[in-house]
Design a protein. Structure first.
Length: 256
């Protein structure tokens, strides 16, 4: 027998998700419109949310997310959450593609490798769970950088030198900026021997229901496999898996 769903809880979360940022002040009327609720229903729910500190109200009657939500979100480690939710599908993907699957998140302008799954059958892949690396030269990192705004990306690129790890590493800021923009349009990133001269990678984003990049997946394999057909096959499999993970992490808001 299916457990009945609590519609009040679902509606309350619909209201909370209607905020477009932590600093946005929104009226009850606008929140009800965004959440597709009646003004009366929205008012009852938002009043309860105010009572428990999930939202705060200003003197004009507008609302914004409260400190309770901020404190809860600080305790959530995105990489660990996604890793635990995706282990099974990543193991299947590694077996399907015969390579190493990496899961990573962007933290303080560095890529944190949250997981590594699979066996390197064609080339040694020297990566470790928990390692933190610069994002500018890897498929995983460039995918995560593609989730930044142009202003955030420009700020990152001005932080320090782009050191060449191989002759293929992109070290010109304008060229890398253009590459990140191409990744946004293309939907996946390529590391063509930019970190290791024997390894190529394809990376794709994992998105939240608002389309924001919260993590990234990549496949690492021998550079000898790099070809248009291989890129198409791997990127399609990664995109499908990333969408599956998004649906699992955000079950109430299935991605298209």
């Amino acid at each position: 027998m299916t457990t009945p769903k609590n519609q009040s809880v679902q509606k309350a979360f619909a209201l909370l998700r209607s905020f477009r940022g932590p600093d946005e002040w929104v009226s009850n009327a606008e929140l009800s419109r965004r959440a597709k609720l009646s003004k009366a229903a929205a008012h009852r729910l938002i009043t309860t949310l105010e009572d428990i500190g999930a939202v705060v109200r200003d003197s004009r009657g507008a609302y914004r997310p409260g400190l309770v939500l901020a404190s809860l979100s600080r305790d959530i480690v995105i990489g660990d959450l996604v890793r635990r939710a995706s282990r099974g599908v990543l193991a299947d993907l590694a077996e399907q593609l015969h390579g190493i699957i990496h899961l990573g998140v962007l933290e303080n302008s560095m890529v944190t490798y949250a997981d590594r799954i699979g066996a390197a059958t064609h080339v040694t892949v020297p990566s470790q769970i928990g390692a933190r690396l610069e994002p500018y030269c890897s498929a995983l990192g460039k995918t995560l950088l593609s989730g930044l705004s142009d202003e955030q990306l420009d700020e990152y690129l001005c932080e320090g030198a782009l050191v060449a790890l191989t002759p293929q590493t992109i070290t010109d800021r304008r060229r890398l900026f253009a590459e990140i923009r191409d990744i946004r349009h293309r939907g996946y990133a390529i590391d063509d021997r930019e970190v290791y001269s024997t390894i190529c990678c394809i990376g794709v984003p994992i998105r939240d229901p608002n389309g924001q990049v919260v993590a990234a997946l990549s496949l690492a394999d021998t550079a000898a496999h790099m070809s248009p057909g291989w890129k198409d096959e791997v990127s399609a499999a990664l995109v499908s898996t990333a969408a599956s993970i998004s649906r699992k992490v955000y079950p109430s808001y299935a991605m298209q």
